[in-house]
Design a protein around this ligand. Structure first.
Ligand code: HEC
Length: 117
């Protein structure tokens, strides 16, 4: 009887481990969609393809503020802008591993789209 319990216990452990396992890709997506509460998604689009954030007027006339395309950048450019922050974009203080995961997610989404065309 004890044996059965032991076996049951270990298979439950294995199952639980399996459930909590996420890939770099999934981790990247999670971060991209909701880092520190302000998702990159809202300014750069679902897959980093860029999107308009706001339209406003100033002395020069109508202006469009957009979050640029960010799924085609090499890692060093991607990371350096993120670490500095920009005029508009908040600074996130992400870890290198988090930046890598987001970069990988965007790249894989882009490659997937390209290959399924
Ligand atoms: C509030 C809107 C906003 C959010 C949220 C935001 N960004 Fe940005 N991002 C911008 C804007 C706007 C720019 C263009 C530079 C500028 O004008 O400030 C930019 C620029 C960038 C660049 C540089 C693009 C280039 O061509 O060099 C990268 C990389 C980037 N964002 C990644 C991210 C990631 C990753 C996240 C989430 C962690 C994020 N951004 C969240 C607005 C945003």
């Amino acid at each position: 009887m004890q044996r059965v319990f032991l076996i049951l216990f270990f298979s439950l452990c294995l199952w639980a481990e399996d459930e909590s396992f996420i890939t770099q890709f999934e981790y990247g997506r999670m971060l991209y969609e909701n880092p520190r509460g302000i998702g990159c998604v809202s300014c750069h689009g679902l897959e980093g393809e860029g999107r308009e954030i706001a339209i406003y007027h100033n002395k020069k006339g109508m202006q469009i503020l957009s979050g640029g395309v960010i799924n085609n950048l090499d890692y060093s450019q991607f990371a350096s802008t993120l670490k500095k922050g920009t005029r508009v974009m908040p600074r996130y203080y992400l870890e290198d591993s988090e930046i890598r995961a987001i970069h990988l997610y965007l790249k894989e989404m882009r490659d997937f789209k390209a290959s399924s065309r």
